[in-house]
Design a protein around this ligand. Structure first.
Ligand code: ATP
Ligand code: MG
Length: 326
C-alpha cells in the first residue's frame, strides 16, 4: 500500500521549497501526494485561510508537509497543529560542517510544549489601561510531553534531558510544569537537569555543548529555539515536527520570506530535512538518514543558495541533493 502524504505549500517561498522537498520524497519512496491549499492566496480567493478540506486532510493523513503562510499564519498553523492534535514541537538546531555558524559545535533538540502556556488564547482587554493574559499549564499536558521526551532520549540513546523553566518566579504554572516533567522522568528512570530559561539563554550562547535535548514550555521553546537558530547560521536550515498521538505535521521553522519569494533562490534545506523527519516518523529510518546525509553533503560542498553566501538557485541545490541520492 502506498502511503498518503498531504502537502500544503502555502504562500511565499513555501511554494518553492515544498515542491523541492516533494521531489526528494519521490526519489526515496513510493508515496501518494495530496496537495491542499492554505494561506493568504486562498483567503483572497475564498475568504478562508484554511479551507475545511485542508483541515480534514491534515486531520486524517498520517503525515502532512507544510511550507509557510504569510499574514494568515496564525489562522493556518494553529488550527493545523490542532488537526493533528500536536502536543509537542520537535525543533532540532544543528550546525552543519561547511556552513558559517556563530557556534559550529551546536547540536541541540528542543521539545517544546505545543498546546498551552501563554499561547492558548486567553487574552482580555479589561479597560482602557489594562490587558491580561491567562497562562494555562496542566499536569496532563506536561506529563504527555515528558513521556514523549523520555521515549525520545531512550530511542536516540541520550543520557537524559534538560528542563528549561522559570519556576522560581512562576511557581504555580512553571512549578507545575517542572514537577510533572521531572516526576515522569524519575518514574521512567531518565536523568534530567533543570535550568532557568534566562540562564539557559546565556549558557547556550557561551557553550551549546552543555545541552542535548531541552524540554520547554511553549513560549520559552519558541524563543529559545529561535535563539539557537542564530547560533547555527540561519533560518533556511532549521526543520521542525509537530507530533500528535496518531499523526504529525512537518514544517521548516522559517516563514514565507517575502523579501526573496518568487526569485527561485530560497534555501530548500530546512524543508528537505523536515521531509527527512517525516520519513523517520513514518518508519523509513534508512531513507530519512540518506536524505539527511545528502543535504549535509550539499551544505558542505555546495552548491549553496545566497543566504549561505552562494549564488545557486533552489533548483540547483535540490538537484544536487537528488544526485547524491542516486
Ligand atoms: P513571515 O511573516 O512569513 O515569517 P518574515 O518576513 O518573518 O515572514 P521569514 O520567512 O521568517 O520572513 O524569514 C526571515 C529572514 O530569513 C528573511 O530575510 C528571509 O529572506 C530569510 N529566510 C528565511 N527562510 C529562508 C530560506 N529558506 N532561504 C533563504 N532565506 C531565508
Ligand atoms: Mg518570520
Amino acid at each position: 500500500m502506498t502511503e498518503e502524504i498531504v502537502v500544503v505549500p502555502g504562500d511565499g517561498i513555501g511554494k518553492e521549497v515544498v515542491p523541492a522537498a516533494v521531489s526528494v520524497l519521490e526519489a526515496v519512496g513510493d508515496f501518494e501526494f495530496v496537495e491542499a491549499e492554505a494561506g493568504d492566496a486562498v483567503k483572497e480567493e475564498t475568504g478562508e485561510a484554511l479551507p475545511e478540506e485542508t483541515y480534514e486532510l491534515a486531520a486524517s493523513a498520517d503525515a502532512t508537509l507544510f511550507g509557510a503562510a504569510g499574514e494568515t499564519a496564525a489562522d493556518v498553523i494553529l488550527p493545523l497543529r490542532t488537526a493533528v492534535d500536536s502536543f509537542v514541537n520537535v525543533r532540532p538546531a544543528k550546525a552543519y560542517p561547511g556552513v558559517d555558524a556563530l557556534r559550529p559545535e551546536t547540536d541541540l533538540v528542543f521539545l517544546r510544549e505545543n498546546t498551552e502556556g501563554v499561547y492558548s488564547g486567553h487574552e482580555d482587554r479589561l479597560s482602557e489601561d489594562l490587558s491580561t493574559l491567562t497562562r494555562v499549564v496542566t499536569t496532563s499536558a506536561s506529563e504527555r510531553l515528558a513521556e514523549f521526551a523520555c521515549d525520545y532520549v531512550e530511542d536516540r540513546e541520550y543520557d537524559g534531558f534538560s528542563v528549561a523553566h522559570k519556576a522560581n518566579v512562576m511557581r504555580e504554572t512553571d512549578g507545575r510544569f517542572r514537577d510533572a516533567v521531572v516526576s515522569v522522568a524519575e518514574d521512567r528512570g531518565v536523568e534530567t537537569d533543570e535550568v532557568l530559561m534566562d540562564a539557559f539563554a546565556t549558557r547556550v550562547c557561551l557553550d551549546p555543548t552543555q545541552f542535548d535535548v531541552v524540554v520547554c514550555p511553549n513560549l520559552a521553546g519558541d524563543v529559545l529555539s529561535d535563539l539557537a537558530a542564530g547560533l547555527v547560521g540561519g533560518l533556511g536550515l532549521l526543520p521542525s515536527a509537530n507530533i500528535g498521538p496518531e499523526r504529525a505535521l512537518f514544517e521548516p521553522v522559517h516563514g514565507t520570506a517575502p523579501d526573496i519569494a518568487g526569485e527561485g533562490v530560497a534555501n530548500p534545506s530546512a524543508t528537505i530535512v523536515s521531509a527527512a523527519m517525516l520519513l523517520e516518523y513514518l518508519g523509513y529510518d534508512e531513507e530519512g538518514e540518506q536524505v539527511r546525509d545528502a543535504v549535509e553533503g550539499v551544505l558542505a560542498d555546495g552548491p549553496r543558495t545566497p543566504d549561505l553566501g552562494g549564488d545557486a538557485s533552489t533548483e540547483d541545490v535540490t538537484n544536487a541533493v537528488l544526485e547524491r541520492l542516486d
